[in-house]
Design a protein around this ligand. Structure first.
Ligand SMILES: NC(=O)c1ccc[n+]([C@@H]2O[C@H](COP(=O)([O-])OP(=O)(O)OC[C@H]3O[C@@H](n4cnc5c(N)ncnc54)[C@H](OP(=O)(O)O)[C@@H]3O)[C@@H](O)[C@H]2O)c1
Length: 329
């Protein structure tokens, strides 16, 4: 697969989001299948794997750590930490807290370093400068090679970057969620920071193979994020029609057009779609080979500008899943 640079890290143009193997899409993948899928992703040319301590409460890091054995040194591994809100952190106690999360992740991941370590969410009351200082200390120790933020604002990125330069910002970005285009993506461009879109297929919606939210079960986010509400699925049909038309013209698929669009947009954008079958991974990674001419791209953007998007995915909605799951048990 073609490669791209995010900060100083070289990665495949499309990475693999491992979350769905443990969390967020209804069922946990059998371990033997998950290990096979990780190997297949690597065999297809993927050299960028994304996980987090919170996915399946450590399960995802464990399975990813095991799956990567054998080619660990050939790939860029990204993980994320969440620290509890606490108004009395000093820089040193914050470092101690983050270090304890990192050590636990390294153990689960069966490795001695993480190439890209993200703060999963910026927390109000914990200065981004203090977190950035901690990350600088961990970089000096060689335990992480670079760091990033997720869903952060332009100002949070600038303030953190001034203390310890960020390698990447990972935030939601797709044809259905473009809120970071106005400020965050231009700031990343200016500062030389990679931008890693999560949910680049809008949780599968953009593949055109999705269903309405009420057809999903378990810990599937599509039960609670509003773009999968019945009326929004119907209202978003014009976007799928446009994608289908262009996909047919170019003899590719709507998912591939969705990923090729963001790859064309900026050369420091590296999406990390999920997908748990060989066919889906072939489809998603294949987007790296699709050429969007400048004329096609401009015409596509123009057509998009006439389409309204209905529903989205917010942290508040995702949090509702917990009460639904409890109600089901
Ligand atoms: N930083 C954050 O806060 C944050 C939040 C969410 C996710 N993430 C990261 O971003 C990664 C990607 O997010 P995501 O999993 O929501 O991305 P996504 O690829 O937009 O959505 C995954 C969903 O789409 C389906 N899918 C993927 N490719 C498909 C294809 N070609 N055809 C049909 N369906 C397809 C998957 O199905 P199956 O899995 O059933 O095959 C799954 O249901 C995660 O794995 C995680 O590492 C980060």
């Amino acid at each position: 697969m073609k490669t791209r640079k995010i900060g100083k890290l070289e990665v495949s143009a499309v990475g693999y989001g491992c979350m769905g193997l443990s969390h967020g899409y209804g069922n946990t993948t059998e371990k033997s299948d998950a290990l096979r899928i990780i190997h297949q992703a690597y065999d297809l040319g993927c050299t960028f794997f994304d996980t987090a301590e919170v996915y399946g409460k450590g399960h995802n890091e464990e399975v990813v750590g095991e799956g990567l054995q054998g080619f660990r040194d050939n790939i860029v591994l990204a993980s994320k930490f969440n620290i509890p809100k606490n108004d009395s952190y000093t820089p040193n106690s914050l470092l101690k807290e983050i270090r304890s999360h990192l050590e636990a992740s390294l153990k689960r991941l069966r490795t001695d370093r993480i190439e890209l370590y993200y703060q999963h969410r910026v927390i109000k009351g914990i200065p981004v400068e203090d977190v950035a200082w901690c990350m600088g200390e961990l970089i000096k120790e060689g335990k992480i090679l670079g760091w990033g933020q997720s869903q952060s604002t332009e100002q949070e990125i600038r303030r953190a970057h001034a203390v310890t330069p960020l390698s990447a910002v990972q935030s939601e970005y797709s044809l259905m969620e473009r809120m970071f285009e106005t400020d965050v993506i231009p700031a990343c461009q200016e500062l030389g920071i990679g931008f890693v879109p999560f949910s680049p297929l809008a949780s599968g919606f953009l593949s055109g193979k999705g269903q309405t939210g009420n057809s999903y079960s378990g810990d599937d986010v599509r039960r609670v994020i509003t773009r999968f509400d019945e009326e929004n699925v119907a209202a978003n049909q014009p976007l799928l029609d446009l994608l289908n038309n262009i996909a047919q013209q170019k003899q590719v698929t709507p998912a591939q057009i969705s990923l090729a669009w963001m790859l064309k947009k900026k050369d420091f954008i590296v999406p990390i779609p999920g997908g748990r079958t060989l066919e889906r991974m072939q489809e998603n990674f294949g987007a790296a080979d699709i050429d969007f001419s400048d004329e096609e791209f401009i015409a596509f953007e123009f057509a998009l500008s006439g389409i309204q998007i209905h529903g989205n995915r917010t942290d508040e909605d995702v949090a509702k899943l917990k009460s639904l799951e409890v109600a089901n048990t």
